[in-house]
Design a binder for this molecule. Structure first.
Ligand code: SAM
Length: 256
């Protein structure tokens, strides 16, 4: 596989700021155990032989790539966050080639992957829709003919219907206040996450998230536009059909 340099100079954006070391504390419930369980489902859905090459796109701290490796696949994780890549590499000392820094819009690889996976809503982050389209075209470019793309995304219809504007949680000894809203034009879900040390009245950190609310037809159109053929649409990793109340939108598509 050829390594080619990334072609993007990124403006500073929320997805650059919000995936530092604190992310792992704030999302501590999205942990290795969940990654292990989902890896079983991913292996079953992808139907790949041992040794197949899988790109975990926006791999974070490697909670899926590492279980995929243990299940006999040959994963590579790519992510923009140095902090999360450090944590991923810490769990697999001696193999620095498994986790690579890169931007999903211009990936530093040549073609030849048997599968690309994008897990836990790692899509729809960019201000411009063209950058999301570009990402899907990158995925299609990297797949070998017959290769599979698995996208695990939120269910936009359910997010709109069940949006809780404010909530509070305790995690890692901190109070976390979450504010959620739709953007003024209704096209995005925006979250503000304020982190308070125990007993403090001012937040020590404030993070933002903003994800474009692609519904399932939008996602189908996006992958088709990149030349992929949709093969399955599921409502969660449990494998049931997708509907308006599904917890997730899991879209499988294949390159001709
Ligand atoms: C919600 S996290 C999910 C991480 C991982 N898939 C998981 O399930 O734990 C989203 C990930 O997308 C990465 N990311 C954000 N923007 C990116 C970009 N432009 N290119 C590559 N990765 C990006 C973040 O650094 C973060 O690790």
């Amino acid at each position: 596989m050829t390594l080619v340099p990334s072609r993007i100079d990124r403006p500073l954006s929320w997805y650059v700021e919000s995936f530092g070391p604190e992310y792992l504390e704030i999302y501590s419930h999205r942990d290795a155990a969940e990654g292990e369980a989902e890896a079983d489902r991913i292996v079953a859905l992808l139907e790949l032989p041992r040794g197949a090459r899988v790109l975990d796109l926006a791999c974070g701290a490697g909670r899926h790539a590492l279980p995929l490796l243990r299940r006999g696949l040959r994963p590579i994780g790519v992510d923009l966050s140095q902090a999360l890549l450090l944590e991923a590499r810490r769990q697999l000392p001696g193999d620095n080639a498994l986790f690579v820094r890169g931007d999903m819009r211009a990936l530093p690889f040549g073609a030849g992957f048997d599968a690309v996976v994008s897990l836990f809503t790692s899509f729809g982050y960019f201000a411009r829709e063209g950058d999301d389209r570009r990402t899907v075209h990158e995925i299609a470019r990297l797949l070998r003919p017959g290769g599979v793309f698995l996208l695990d995304f939120l269910n936009a219809e359910r997010v709109r219907a069940t949006l809780v504007p404010h909530s509070e949680e305790q995690r890692a000894g901190r109070r976390i206040l979450l504010d959620r809203r739709l953007s003024d034009d209704g096209s995005r879900i925006e979250k503000r996450i304020r982190v308070y040390p125990r007993g403090a009245s001012d937040p020590e950190r404030v993070f933002h998230e903003s994800v474009r609310l692609y519904d399932r037809d939008d996602l189908v159109a996006l992958v088709r536009h990149a030349g992929l053929r949709v093969t399955r649409l599921l409502g969660s990793f449990r494998g049931e059909a997708h509907d308006s109340g599904s917890p997730r939108t899991i879209l499988l598509s294949r390159k001709a």
